[in-house]
Design a protein around this ligand. Structure first.
Ligand code: FAD
Length: 455
């Protein structure tokens, strides 16, 4: 169904870089879309509300570019050194704000608007949204032909540990300057739980402020693969030509650690053990040993936040399983007005939004979702979570590979597109949207020479 003007309407939940890019790319296609964002700012992970002290982009700037008509929206400078470096969270936030302002996206974004329910009607094949504005009763918006849930890290996730801790228990996203100063000044004993990117960042932030009373606890989820991926900041990827080989981890292509961070991690006391429960004095490990501390920082990743959204289908409560098989790893076949952006990892970073806008156009104009779609999705090899991006799970590498195989097998991702992507991304350091085999709604490939010539 389309609106009175014949235009199909899309609601996007979340104004992080995915939501913003999807909005921009849909508007470029002449489609109508609106974002609902629960925070009072755009930018998701990079807003002050969600970013912790000293958070940096761990990939180079150019891999975080948003796109306008196939060309990267420019950063403040365009020289190679700058684009290859990591940006502080505040700079990323400013960049996304500039993008939204100059592309006139702001009138299409409702801030402080948490989507609390999606109500689908199978007769009209449209959805209404229940939207909670701060301190007011939820209002209804719609109808929408499609709702895209665009959140990778919308909700900090704490581990399910029983017991009451007598000190301060916080998530890594809550580590701000005043708290950091207090911990350092009072020489509090800190346990950082989890050794992924944010765990490493926590250790580094503490040590660089002169704090020396910290233990890094590799927990039940020893995501070694992910940890090694961060460390590959020290690995050199060929950059256009072998002339550019270097061992400077702050000018890397993958990984998160710069020289200082890597040194901090070598110095910190690291314990590899499984926590069993909390107690007044600290964390009790499965071995029975007590790790006493004053502060526990849970660097345990994020959820999408989807679990907070209620679903209603034809007037009745509807539940989708966390491992619900999604068509093309994106669309919920049993609730076909709903799509996820985090699971359809057609790409990394904002370029995913460009590719996804082509997919959205295909879904709205060409795809028939029927029983076959349900069966097709059930056969996929990669089992994903609708609540958690696989980068925060235990099977990061295999999920990534299997999900690409599924998309190729489903005929949505041409092998040639993937090969082109892999060569461009891993060998030539070219960051551009992936194109999908979705009929006339293909993403038109345009090289971003303007920005990348200098790489
Ligand atoms: C600490 C950290 C560092 C990262 N570093 C990098 C990096 O360097 N490079 C990289 O490629 N990736 C990185 N990532 C991973 C990921 O790419 C980023 O989180 C990225 O910002 C995700 O963008 P997004 O738009 O998909 O979602 P998010 O940035 O997570 O934004 C989601 C938005 O949706 C909103 N939202 C959620 N639920 C609702 C609701 N019900 N109603 C309304 N609004 C809602 C949230 O408030 C949020 O603003 C990092 C992630 C984290 C957490």
């Amino acid at each position: 169904m389309a609106g009175e003007d014949g235009v199909k309407r899309v609601a996007i939940i979340g104004a992080g870089w995915s939501g913003l890019q999807i909005l921009q790319s849909l508007r470029e296609r002449g489609m109508s879309a609106q974002i609902f964002e629960k925070l009072d700012l755009i930018g998701g992970t990079w807003t002050p509300a969600l970013s912790y002290h000293s958070l940096n982009l761990h990939s180079p700037r150019y891999m975080a570019s948003v796109f306008v008509h196939g060309k990267p929206f420019p950063f403040k400078q365009s020289d190679r050194d700058y684009l290859n470096g990591k940006a502080p969270a505040a700079e990323m936030h400013e960049y996304l704000n500039d993008f939204a302002r100059t592309q006139q996206l702001l009138p299409h974004i409702a801030l402080s608007s948490a989507v609390v329910a999606i109500e689908y009607s199978s007769s009209t094949r449209t959805a209404m949204l229940r939207v909670q504005k701060t301190a007011s009763a939820p209002a209804t918006h719609g109808p929408f032909d499609l709702v895209v849930f665009a959140s990778v890290s919308g909700k900090p996730s704490l581990p399910p540990l029983d017991g009451a801790f007598g000190g301060a228990l916080l998530h890594s996203s809550e580590l701000r300057k005043p708290l950091l100063d207090e911990v350092v000044a009072k020489k509090k004993k800190v346990v950082v739980l989890g050794a992924g990117k944010s765990g490493c960042d926590m250790v580094s932030a503490l040590r660089q402020h002169g704090h020396r009373n910290c233990v890094l606890l590799w927990a039940v989820w020893p995501r070694l693969g992910l940890f090694l991926a961060w460390l590959t900041g020290y690995m050199v990827m060929p950059v256009r030509s072998f002339r550019n080989l270097h061992w400077n981890a702050s000018k890397f292509h993958f990984g998160s650690l710069n020289r200082e961070q890597a040194a901090d991690l070598r110095e910190v006391e690291a314990v590899q053990a499984e926590p069993a429960r909390l107690c007044r004095e600290g964390i009790v490990l499965k071995s029975g040993e007590l790790l006493a501390c004053d502060v526990i920082i849970c660097a345990t990743g994020y959820d999408t936040g989807f679990a907070d959204v209620q679903l209603v289908k034809d007037g009745k409560k509807f539940v989708i399983d966390d491992k619900e098989p999604l068509l093309h790893h994106a669309l919920v076949p049993t609730f076909p007005c709903l799509m996820f952006s985090h699971s359809a990892l057609f790409h990394v970073g904002p370029a995913r939004g460009v590719t996804q806008s082509a997919y959205i156009s295909y879904v709205l104009n060409e795809l028939t979702v029927d029983e076959r779609a349900v069966r097709q999705a059930q056969k996929y090899m990669c089992k994903q979570s609708v609540n958690r991006h696989f980068v925060y799970g235990d099977h990061f590498v295999d999920s990534f590979v299997l999900h690409l195989v599924d998309l190729i097998w489903a005929g949505i991702l041409p092998v040639s597109s993937f090969v082109a992507f892999a060569f461009n991304f891993f060998v030539f350091s070219i960051y551009e949207p992936m194109w999908l085999n979705v009929g006339k709604h293909k993403v038109v490939k345009e090289t971003q020479k303007s920005m990348l010539e200098c790489l």
